[in-house]
Design a protein around this ligand. Structure first.
Ligand SMILES: [Zn+2]
Ligand SMILES: [Zn+2]
Length: 173
């Protein structure tokens, strides 16, 4: 999604507000696929602080994730704030001359800014590293693979602490 910032660049100090929606394709993150139940809703404020443009806002999402333990899909909503700075490529040298740190500044050319990276980054930061449908999710049976949240399969599950395994062998002799 592109935002035309030509007017904003000319108007220092004034805040421009945008209410946006963004349709999202599924995102693949490692072993989990994020699907979106509805478009993201984005509230965005852009202010020119002279050379740099300050983007602040909020993204709300309604997603469907896959549980790491039981592999079932479950719903996950997030609501996240962001703040980013953009600088036109032609102003970058001046920025550096002023001794400003430009590491975290996004550089753009022309008069349009692509929001795709900000949006994607905010979404990825909002999704938990380990997706679990419920803290008490019992996962899959390691013997028969049944979802233990739905059914008690009755398999005998013996877990032996690897540190004790040698001891166990000793007694079995
Ligand atoms: Zn689960
Ligand atoms: Zn089982």
């Amino acid at each position: 999604m592109y935002i035309d910032v030509s007017d904003i660049r000319k108007t220092r100090g004034q805040t421009f507000h945008f209410d946006l929606t963004q349709e999202m394709q599924p995102l693949d993150v490692g072993n989990c696929e994020i699907t979106f139940k509805k478009p993201l809703s984005i509230s965005l404020n852009i202010r020119s602080a002279g050379k740099e443009l300050i983007f602040t806002g909020n993204i709300k999402g309604d997603t469907q994730l896959v549980c790491n333990r039981c592999l079932e899909q479950y719903g996950f909503c997030f609501n996240t704030d962001f703040e980013e700075e953009f600088c036109h490529a032609s102003d970058l040298d001046e920025f550096r001359e002023e001794g400003r740190n430009t590491d975290d500044i996004h550089v753009f050319e022309g008069n349009r800014i692509n929001l795709e990276d900000i949006i994607r980054e905010s979404v990825l930061l909002s999704i938990p590293m380990k997706t679990v449908c419920d803290e008490n999710c019992r996962g899959l049976c390691p013997v028969c693979g049944k979802n233990l949240n739905k059914d008690n399969c009755g398999c005998e599950i013996t877990t032996v602490d690897p540190r004790l395994a040698d001891l166990k062998k000793y007694f079995e002799r």
